[in-house]
Ligand binder design. Structure first.
Ligand SMILES: C[S@@+](CC[C@H](N)C(=O)[O-])C[C@H]1O[C@@H](n2cnc3c(N)ncnc32)[C@H](O)[C@@H]1O
Length: 307
């Protein structure tokens, strides 16, 4: 049964609000507000499984870099977003006793603003894209590029710049859950049902809107083998590549449906303020129909050393 907005339910002794979009959530966001909606990644980045996969990547990366005799002097968080990974990097460096400068870059001013609030003076923030960061940052020992490489059409230029910017023994790490292999076997039917329900709602509520299917190549997901070739093409040696499973809840899917880039990828050509609530409602419907509590999803974790 899908409950209606405004209802509440006591679960595990804790009163949780029912969000206007159908899932139970501890962090209620009203659907109607006088403040314009900010479609960032912040809510999704607070989920426990997300922190776990990113922390694992940061740990492996710093451990690998520590094999070098030269100390870590500078670390770059590329596409830092709202700062969740920047925070993990700072914690990892502190744990290892490394006194390194942290630079965090992102093209989104609203994401940077949130990251500044989270990190304070713990990092230096620069507004720029991954396509042009090479000219904007000094030489560095580590580059971490989390949950963003799949957003770029032109990946070669980023990896090439990363190689130029890294010092000797430098390490580049990235992860993504949007790659060929992200769906564990048996989970495809969830995505099909979700999209079917989303498109039905779109047709019902906005019959004049159509998906833009003109650029299917733009968002093609790479295979792990293609990522390896990409790195090797630009002088990297892949030291670590594995798929880590995360259990995603309905609420986490709704939170990622609040992120503009996700909405653009899932419903290309549909305005975010229309697509986002449709994705949130339809994912709740899919979870309900399939009687699921969570869904496994693979994260590709990659760490490479500049040869
Ligand atoms: C999904 S968020 C990931 C944020 C953070 N790295 C994390 O893992 O939590 C993707 C980020 O990539 C940024 N982004 C989008 N296009 C980009 C580009 N061309 N160059 C650099 N960053 C980009 C977005 O602004 C957003 O902050």
């Amino acid at each position: 049964m899908i409950r209606t907005a405004g209802e509440s339910e006591k679960i595990g002794g804790r009163l949780l609000s029912l969000r206007q979009d159908g899932c139970l959530g501890g962090r209620y966001r009203a659907g109607v507000s006088a403040v314009p909606e900010d479609y960032t990644f912040e809510a999704f980045a607070q989920h426990g499984f997300y922190e776990v996969v990113n922390r694992h990547l940061v740990d492996v990366t710093l451990r690998l870099r520590d094999l070098s005799s030269a100390p870590v002097k500078r670390v770059l968080d590329l596409a830092c977003g709202t700062g969740a990974v920047t925070k993990l990097l700072i914690e990892g460096l502190e744990k290892n006793g490394d006194h390194a400068e942290v630079i965090a870059v992102d093209p989104s001013e609203s994401a940077l603003e949130k990251a500044r609030r989270l990190i304070g003076s713990g990092a230096r923030f620069i507004r720029c894209t991954a396509e042009s960061f090479g000219a904007r940052v000094p030489k560095t020992d580590v580059i971490v590029f989390c949950n963003a490489i799949h957003l770029l059409e032109e990946k070669d230029s980023v990896v090439e710049q990363a190689h130029d910017v890294l010092n000797r023994d430098g390490v580049l790490a990235f992860n993504t859950s949007f790659y060929e292999g992200a769906y564990p076997p048996g989970t495809e039917r969830f995505y099909k049902l979700w999209m079917l329900r989303a498109l039905q709602q779109l047709k019902r509520e906005h019959p004049h809107l159509k998906l833009d299917r003109s650029r299917p190549e733009a968002m093609r997901w790479l295979t792990p083998g293609e990522y390896r070739e990409l790195l090797e093409r630009h002088g990297f040696i892949v030291e670590h590549m594995n798929a880590e499973v995360a259990e995603m809840t309905c609420e986490s899917w709704q939170d990622i449906s609040h992120y503009s880039e996700f909405v653009k990828g899932a419903l290309p050509g549909i305005p975010v303020e229309i697509g986002s609530p449709i994705l949130k409602r339809s994912v709740a419907q899919a979870f309900e129909e399939l009687k699921m509590k969570s869904l496994p999803r693979n994260w590709l974790q990659v760490v490479a050393r500049a040869a």
